[in-house]
Ligand binder design. Structure first.
Ligand code: FAD
Length: 429
């Protein structure tokens, strides 16, 4: 079945305004051939394409809009452990894979740091991420994070902060404690994405922008078709995440798009930036519906949060997010908001990234439930492994088949919205 898409330019985000370059890869026209065709140039698709190119594959990467146009170029930039659902994998597969799981959990960090170094990507990559407790009972969750690292002989610095230290390090009375991990951190996500795409292109990946894929003809060499061109390849990777509508027979109602929104202040004075975040760390609370924030390289506060399942963005993102920011930082009430934007995260029901094959040679990978910067890098590598015949990590995830809600995608979204309402209420109690 053909999917209908419009071609778009970047959203009006701070990231698009401060991108290192405006990519202009050609539109796909006529017939092209490759070993592997990847659909979607976000972190998942680019990470897979780059890993494949590094291993000598000829790759075509097709993007409906621009490189990093989706969640990858719009997110909070928080480099965090995105591997939820590992508890279920551990329960199902037993303790013997515990070490493998622990390594997988941190592999995304490693890939990002290695690529930034190897390809000289300018993307303001920094270490330091703090999870904060908004309620006294959440402090014990922070302690669990420290205990987990302790048990694994974790080689990076981490520390639980009491209320005093949290207040001193984050310039707010809003939290009961914090947990800092120096392996986590933050990044300008669009510049990371563009840098990785540039590296892939230099290794020979053919990148096509403004080229929405409308259909895949399956077979020994599937044909991936846009309105005016096609790529034939031995294998295909679907990496459109929450924005994809391809292959509904196999994938509809397995991933649910939810909106998340961010505002960016004007650059803060050095004094104010030092008061609210002297360690220049990323911050996220531990609620179910999280608020997350960090300073940009030019000292703007990028404050994000909320979640919306209606499929429509709020008419005024600033009015939606600003009260949340001022609750934490009332001292910023006179600061100007210069950018506001949103994007779609892909929620999956069991919170484990959904990985699998819809045919022997057509792979998919999606659904990071809002924690995808690192996870998408891990999954990109895992796709490249699977295409090369190394199935161990792929099978681990593919065995956990994505949960599907029966009925239409709309009905599924309403069910998820109801579930999230429950969690929202829980956060308030
Ligand atoms: C506002 C926001 C804040 C977030 N904050 C964080 C955070 O701080 N930390 C974190 O870890 N995660 C965060 N996330 C989640 C994270 O950004 C995503 O999980 C991750 O970027 C997903 O990458 P992806 O490549 O799978 O998908 P995307 O980046 O969405 O890329 C998919 C691409 O596929 C393209 N596409 C879709 N269909 C087609 C088609 N038919 N033909 C061609 N191309 C197609 C789209 O145009 C798009 O560019 C956030 C997400 C949002 C929206």
């Amino acid at each position: 079945m053909k999917a209908a898409y419009q071609k778009r330019e970047h959203t009006g985000s701070y990231y698009a305004a401060s991108a290192n370059e405006r990519t202009e890869f050609p539109e796909l026209k006529g017939a092209t051939s490759a070993d592997v065709c990847v659909i979607g140039a976000g972190f998942t698709g680019i990470s897979a394409a780059l890993a494949l190119a590094e291993r000598g594959y000829a790759v075509a990467l097709i993007e409906a809009n621009r490189v990093g146009w989706g969640a990858s170029g719009r997110n909070g930039g928080q480099i965090i452990n995105g591997m939820y659902g590992l508890k279920q994998i551990r329960e199902r597969h037993g303790d013997s894979i515990a070490d493998l799981l622990w390594d997988i959990r941190w592999r995304g960090h490693e890939i990002i740091h290695d690529r930034v170094r190897k390809y000289g990507i300018q993307c303001d990559l920094k270490n330091g991420y703090v999870e904060v407790a908004k309620k006294p009972k959440q402090v014990s969750w922070l302690e669990e994070g420290a205990a987990e690292r302790e048990a694994h002989d974790f080689p990076y610095e981490y520390e639980v902060w009491d209320r005093e230290k949290t207040r001193a390090m984050l310039g707010t009375d809003a939290y009961y404690g914090g947990f800092i991990c120096h392996r986590d951190g933050h990044v300008h996500p669009l510049n990371l994405c563009i840098g990785e795409a540039r590296a892939a292109s230099e290794l020979g990946v053919q990148i096509f922008e403004q080229s929405p894929v409308v259909d895949i003809e399956h077979g020994d060499r599937p044909r991936v078709r846009t309105a005016i061109g096609h790529v034939e390849a031995d294998a295909v990777v679907l990496a459109g995440n929450a924005y994809s509508r391809l292959e509904p027979k196999h994938l509809s109602n397995t991933i649910f798009p939810a909106g998340s929104y961010i505002i960016a202040t004007e650059p803060l004075s050095d004094d104010v930036a030092n008061e609210i975040n002297p360690g220049d760390v990323a911050v996220c609370d531990v609620n179910n519906i999280v608020d997350y924030y960090r300073l940009s390289a030019d000292k703007r506060l990028l404050y994000g949060g909320a979640c919306n399942y209606s499929g429509r963005d709020p008419a005024d993102i600033k009015s939606y997010i600003l009260p949340r920011m001022l609750k934490v930082y009332p001292q910023l009430r006179d600061v100007r908001i210069e950018y506001e934007w949103g994007g779609k995260i892909g929620i999956v029901l069991n919170r484990v990234p959904a990985v699998g094959r819809i045919h022997d040679n057509v792979y998919y990978c999606q659904g990071y439930s809002g924690h995808g910067v690192c996870a998408s890098h891990i999954m990109g590598e895992l796709m490249a492994d699977a295409i090369g015949g190394t199935m161990e990590r792929f099978d681990l995830f593919a065995d956990l088949k994505p949960l599907r809600i029966p009925g239409t995608q709309w009905a599924g979204n309403q069910l998820i919205a109801l579930g999230m309402l429950y969690y929202k209420l829980k956060d308030r109690l």
